[in-house]
Design a protein around this ligand. Structure first.
Ligand SMILES: Cc1cc2nc3c(=O)[nH]c(=O)nc-3n(C[C@H](O)[C@H](O)[C@H](O)COP(=O)(O)OP(=O)(O)OC[C@H]3O[C@@H](n4cnc5c(N)ncnc54)[C@H](O)[C@@H]3O)c2cc1C
Length: 396
């Protein structure tokens, strides 16, 4: 169905709603039926939750379903699955992997996490040291340590990159896997953040067994596969669709309008600047999504992620100043293991602290500037002396 029209999608959505009335259907049953009807992510292939339709038409389906009070799959809880694992599985997975993994991922029955960063490999991700070796029985054994793993404590599956050939240069000896988080060799330990909450984790992998059928892409081509994940990650963090004055800027502007006693001329100038920046970012994101309708995101997503991180930090700082002592009222340091990050639903003090991570997660702002300079603008690359050296000979 490459020429799906708005009308066709509306009538398919209405047919789903009449067969599965949200008022008396279990939310999970509804979500499964929606997936099977191809209305989960309409740009995915038929049989995998989609209709091969233009991505932009998803908004038509979403609006019909929201108006009918249909349950959604709570994207905040399963963001890594939806935004990063799914596009990678779609592009590199076998037919068997796609049909086994995508449905429970989309319905939220199976949460995903991302086992990429390591204590010695963050910005320089290709330096990673977690080892995977293939046994004669066709099963890989994985040993190593990952870190900063969001949602590892709720995840059923992980996307994992590991070194499979230390004799090759660092980008070449990496392979990409789907890792079962219930394997007895997976140990998840909480890591507390500046907010006091432990939304992410350290993950220790000791003799973890991964069947070769859970490899994504060819052996040694994990770096290329990971680019699909990372490009999608930047879009998924920085490129969310919002209406004008949606999201954080709307919250802050709402406080400004409702609380005239807080205003000063200096704060007004700053709010106006942030408001304009938010609008520019929103429109840039809109343009980026139009490009996405025709393929996988490229390095351009780095720009929206960069802008999003800067704006989130400026706006949350502004909000705390605006609210003065009220804004500082975040002082409960009880250990919490959140299932999701409800950024906009929280208090200003939490938002201010949590936004600090925005310029680190999904690639630091410095690294994103390098990506834009080299891969978008074509400026001369950073000197890289270790590119052709076998990974095992690198100083670590
Ligand atoms: C909230 C949060 C959630 C996260 N969730 C996950 C997750 O689920 N899964 C996962 O795998 N990872 C996750 N991460 C990890 C994140 O991807 C890394 O923290 C990030 O890539 C930076 O790596 P690093 O912490 O090792 O810092 P480093 O790479 O050590 O960087 C330290 C500093 O040096 C700068 N720097 C490094 N290299 C260069 C360079 N070439 N040019 C200029 N400056 C440079 C960096 O910008 C940074 O300021 C998360 C991080 C945060 C904050």
């Amino acid at each position: 169905m490459t020429t799906a029209s708005v009308e066709e999608l509306r009538s398919r959505t209405r047919a789903l709603l009449s067969e599965f009335d949200p008022a008396d259907t279990e939310p999970l049953d509804f979500l499964r039926a929606r997936f099977d009807a191809g209305l989960a992510w309409v740009h995915f292939p038929v049989g995998l939750g989609g209709l091969d339709a233009p991505r932009a038409l998803q908004a038509v389906v979403d609006a019909e379903l929201a108006a009918a009070g249909a349950p959604d799959n709570d994207p905040r809880r399963i963001g890594i699955g939806l935004g990063m694992a799914a596009p990678t599985i779609l592009r590199y997975g076998t037919d068997e992997q796609r049909s086994r993994l995508l449905r429970p991922l989309w319905t939220g029955e199976e949460v995903w996490c991302q086992l990429f960063s390591e204590p010695g490999a963050g910005s320089d991700l290709a330096a990673l040291a977690t080892r995977a070796t293939l046994g004669a029985d066709g099963v890989w054994t994985v040993d190593g340590q990952k870190v900063w793993t969001s949602s590892a404590h709720t995840a059923r599956w992980a996307i994992l990159i590991a070194r499979t050939d230390p004799a090759l240069p660092k980008h070449k000896g990496i392979t990409y896997f789907v890792c079962d988080m219930t394997d007895p060799g997976v140990e998840v330990r909480p890591l507390r953040q500046i907010t006091g909450e432990a939304e992410f984790n350290e993950v220790f992998l000791t003799g973890v067994r991964i069947p070769d059928t859970d490899r994504l892409g060819a052996v040694g081509e994990g770096w290329q596969v990971a680019q699909t994940t990372l490009n999608n990650e930047r879009v998924s963090i920085g490129g969310q669709r919002t209406p004008r004055e949606g999201g954080l800027v709307g919250i802050v502007a709402g406080t400004w309008r409702a609380r005239p006693e807080l205003r000063t001329p200096e704060l007004q100038q700053r709010l106006l600047k942030h408001w304009v920046d938010a609008e520019v970012l929103r429109l840039t994101g809109e343009r980026l999504r139009q490009q996405l309708t025709v393929g996988q995101p490229g390095p351009e997503g780095a720009g929206t992620k960069l802008g999003f991180a800067r704006l989130a930090q400026e706006l949350t700082g502004f909000e705390v100043e605006l609210l003065a002592e009220e804004g500082l009222g975040y002082d409960d340091w009880t250990m919490v293991r959140p299932e999701l990050v409800d950024f906009n639903g929280r208090e200003a003090g939490y938002r201010y602290l949590r936004a600090k991570g925005n310029s680190i997660e999904g690639g630091t702002s410095e690294i994103l500037r390098n990506i834009i300079a080299e891969r978008v603008l074509g400026l001369p690359p950073e000197p890289r002396t270790d590119k052709d050296v076998p990974w095992k000979d690198l100083a670590r």
